[in-house]
Design a protein around this ligand. Structure first.
Ligand code: ATP
Ligand code: MG
Ligand code: FE
Length: 342
């Protein structure tokens, strides 16, 4: 089984080729530098940049794979959720491969695809059900994953995504964009004097039985601490600690409610070394299997995960028509009018 994956939902353009669970090529172009002056993703710049880059990435992926596109089994493409103008660029490439080479189309949910990056890296087939934790620039959520195309959302954020909160906190501290690596570096330069309490009241708001995230309070606390003139490294350290405390707490609630043996985590924030260590300890303490992609390039947006989920959907019989829609929101397969349902 060999397939091509296409990803253009936000600020990474990517084309990948996966054969029998092995990545033959995973070409990624990140637009971060183009958006840096604006401290966030500008949709018009994003779609133009996808358009300028995608053919080159396609050529490089095919060349690196050494395979003939005409012999591929499917083309998998991210069609939701994302910036509509950006999604349309990847969608057009998928339609071309369908029309010219007759490849069956499998449309993929970007959020769901993130949960397949780690399995792909470990060359494992997923066993269901598992909990999917996504902490990225646009999402902070926990899902129960029951099979390809079968996700049940258990927790979402009430306000900001965690990556977004990292970006905003970094901006407040004057550290740079995207914020994650800057905050991480600053935090690592701070040595707390024992168990300090710095942002004490923030986690109190959430009802004891609710599973949800909220990061806007921590963001405000960062702003206030910066205005008080606190040390940047200290603020960054406590921002991370407080945010990761909340992640662990919600994960534990989800774990207690759902009968699952495995948590698969992904998204750009999983590039954070402190979070990785904490999740490793969490898994040990609660005697659960918890994994995330070791490669940071597989934590952030990439088309290999799209090709991988595409394979499982293809095996489950999913085929989408060439006039498939793209959408800014997540869409359950049941709502996805024309597709064959798993
Ligand atoms: P989505 O997948 O929700 O559409 P996205 O694709 O923009 O969002 P990713 O590319 O997965 O998100 O992740 C980008 C986010 O990850 C940014 O907000 C960035 O600050 C954050 N991030 C990157 N590296 C780190 C790090 N070392 N620590 C914490 N956060 C990080
Ligand atoms: Mg991104
Ligand atoms: Fe993503």
């Amino acid at each position: 089984m060999i397939g091509i994956g296409i990803e253009s939902s936000c600020d990474e353009t990517s084309v990948a080729i996966v054969e029998d669970g092995t990545i033959l090529s995973n070409q990624i172009y990140s637009q971060i530098k183009e958006h840096t002056p604006y401290l966030g993703v500008v949709p018009e710049i994003a779609s133009r940049s996808h358009l300028l880059k995608i053919n080159e990435l396609y050529d490089r992926a095919i060349a690196e794979s050494g395979r003939d596109i005409a012999s591929f089994d499917y083309v998998a493409v991210t069609t939701r959720p994302g910036l509509v103008g950006s999604l349309m660029i990847g969608a057009q490439l998928a339609r071309c491969l369908h029309l010219v080479h007759g490849l069956p189309i499998v449309t993929v949910d970007h959020v769901e695809a993130h949960f397949y990056a780690g399995f792909l890296e470990r060359r494992e087939r997923p066993s269901y059900p598992f909990l999917g934790l996504l902490l990225s620039g646009g999402n902070s959520a926990v899902f129960r994953v029951e099979g390809p195309g079968r996700l049940i959302k258990l927790a979402d954020t009430r306000d900001d995504a965690l990556g977004e909160a990292f970006d905003k906190a970094s901006n407040v501290l004057g550290l740079g964009y995207p914020g994650g690596p800057h905050i991480e570096r600053a935090a690592s330069q701070y040595a707390p004097a024992g168990k300090e309490r710095f942002f004490p009241a923030i986690l109190k708001d959430l009802p004891p039985d609710e599973i949800s995230f909220s990061f806007s309070g921590i963001k405000t606390a960062v702003l206030l601490a910066a205005k008080r003139g606190e040390q940047k490294e200290k603020i960054a350290y406590h921002f991370q600690e407080t945010a990761f405390d909340l992640v662990e707490r919600m994960l534990l609630r989800a774990l207690r409610r759902e009968n699952v043996q495995h948590i698969e985590a992904s998204g750009g924030v999983l590039a954070n070394q402190t979070l990785r260590h904490r999740l490793d300890r969490f898994a040990e303490k609660h005697a659960i299997s918890l994994k995330y992609p070791v490669s940071k390039a597989l934590c952030t947006d990439n088309a290999a995960m799209v090709a991988s989920l595409g394979q499982y959907l293809f095996e489950a019989g999913i085929r989408d028509p060439a006039d498939f829609p793209v959408s800014s929101v997540r869409m359950a397969y049941a709502e996805h009018a024309n597709a064959t349902k798993p």
